[in-house]
Design a protein around this ligand. Sequence first.
Ligand SMILES: [Zn+2]
Length: 243
Amino acid sequence: MLKVDELSLGNEMTIAMEKIKTYFECHRCHIIDTKENWSMTSNKTICPECGKIEQFDIWPSSDVLDLIKHALEYVPASPYYGLVTSVFVCTAFELLLEKLLYIMALEDFWEEQVSVVIEKLIDAYQGRDRKLQLYTHVGWGRTFSEDVKSTGHKKFIEHWEKLVRIRNKSVHGDLELSAHIKPEHIETICIEGIDVFYKLCNIYTIDTWDYTYALEQSEHGSEAKKEFEKLQKWKDNVEGKNK
Ligand SMILES: [Zn+2]
């Protein structure tokens, strides 16, 4: 958890990965938004969603950010460029998928009630393919691909699957395919992936009790309500499109 006086960490990360936006996750309502949308003064930060003076976490967490940072900064001239970057980025996305599944499984529950069960469930579904099966089970019956398309990134699934194929071949010593990976591919997929996962996390967060409670307690009730209605409309729209 970060406080205002620890913001320099956020700035360092922005410099290291200029192309990736900095996001904050509210510690109260758990909505993720870009740093620019948070209202910040020298002694307080106000969440753009619940309107509370709140503490926040940098999103994604450092385990994911480190993998993405290493992939974006890896030496392009290395003969192992494709191998290393595909392993880092695929691992980062699998971690993001796990975190998203956790949020999805919280629908209509308090975190304290179900966290242990959710963790066991996610552990039981190892690997990307199994986790994508779990996605349909814990979500609203929709597939991950359908949800991703609703975020506006129609090519993300194709890009991710291609990277997984390259990763799987190159970790077994076949570097032929990985030689085609260029820094611009890694940059594109990282930007797409972060945007996809932040939007999906928010869509499913608004169905959690933590979020509902945070909004009910909001000091800026009407503003927060407007934001909630906006998200709800977007969600309804997404559901309508996928019917
Ligand atoms: Zn908030």
